[in-house]
Design a protein around this ligand. Structure first.
Ligand SMILES: [Zn+2]
Ligand SMILES: [Zn+2]
Length: 73
């Protein structure tokens, strides 16, 4: 049995070691600008008032979604 020495070639396949990086970002205090549903959907700047200007202009009900339950994947 003559087995030739197997040469292992180091194949550098895209090593995805760029997972979640945490610890390098300064934790920003929770200052999420409350935006109503309408502004959120339209990516508008919400005043954060009980009835924001955008909703007031359109005469639509300004609804805010509670951010109590945060479902993170
Ligand atoms: Zn709004
Ligand atoms: Zn609104």
């Amino acid at each position: 049995m003559s087995s030739a020495p197997v040469q292992y070639t180091t194949v550098t396949s895209g090593n995805n070691s760029d997972g979640e990086r945490e610890g390098a970002k300064p934790k920003v205090p929770r200052r999420t600008p409350m935006a109503c549903q309408f502004c959120r959907g339209r990516k508008l700047k919400c005043d954060g008032r009980s009835t924001c200007g955008n909703c007031e202009r359109r005469a639509i009900p300004c609804v805010y979604m509670p951010v109590a339950a945060q479902n993170q994947k």
